[in-house]
Design a protein around this ligand. Structure first.
Ligand code: 5GP
Length: 185
């Protein structure tokens, strides 16, 4: 067994469960956006796996773009103060935008991004989040498309990291307690 797997306390969502759900979401998007050509915006870096699998599960004439944000705060807790590190390459005016996010925790990051992107006058904008932490949202951000609700634990894998590690795990899991930032409760 490799070192990465050794750090995992519990597998919460297996690779197979992720793939099944991603296929369902891809089908949902295909049906909702039929005849349209949405722009799928992946929020770097955590959403890359999800976006890559989702767009392959979605038979639409779509485009992709990326935005990178940084949330000030510790590695395991978001502060709500967000800074754009890399902006979009595409103009989203009059486009149907789907914001693809790895995990909705407090909702502060997506809330900020939504406000920012709406000032650019897209035709529509929806959120597709792989994971939503139950009961954690500090602001109302409603993902129209959602993979899984999860309990409030710090998770890694399938794009999600701790200090840039674990993104390439094919499943979503928790870390062994001794590896976690003591700030995270
Ligand atoms: P929010 O602004 O909704 O609180 O947090 C959004 C961002 O915080 C996510 O895109 C992700 O980067 C990070 N985040 C929140 N919860 C977790 C978690 O359980 N694991 C990891 N790896 N990142 C998380």
């Amino acid at each position: 067994m490799s070192e990465l797997h050794d750090d995992i306390g519990e597998v919460l969502i297996t690779a197979e469960q992720i793939q099944v759900r991603v296929r369902e979401l891809g089908e949902e998007l295909r049906s909702d956006y039929q005849g349209r050509s949405p722009l799928c915006i992946g929020i770097l870096r955590g959403a890359i796996m999800f976006l890559a699998d989702l767009i392959r599960a979605c038979e639409l004439e779509l485009q992709i773009d990326f935005i990178a944000v940084a949330s000030y705060g510790s590695s395991t807790r978001s502060s709500g103060v967000v800074r754009i590190l890399k902006d979009l390459d595409e103009d989203i005016k009059d486009r149907d935008v789907i914001l693809i996010e790895d995990i909705l925790d407090t909702g502060l990051t997506l809330n900020y991004l939504l406000k920012n992107l709406k000032t650019r006058h897209p035709a529509s904008i929806e959120i597709c989040a792989l994971l939503v932490k139950e009961g954690k949202q500090k602001v109302t951000v409603q993902p129209k498309y959602k993979g899984f609700d999860i309990e409030d634990r710090f998770v890694v894998g399938y794009g999600l990291d701790l200090n840039e590690k674990y993104r390439n795990l094919p499943y979503i899991g928790t870390l062994k307690p001794e590896l976690l930032d003591i700030e995270y409760t």
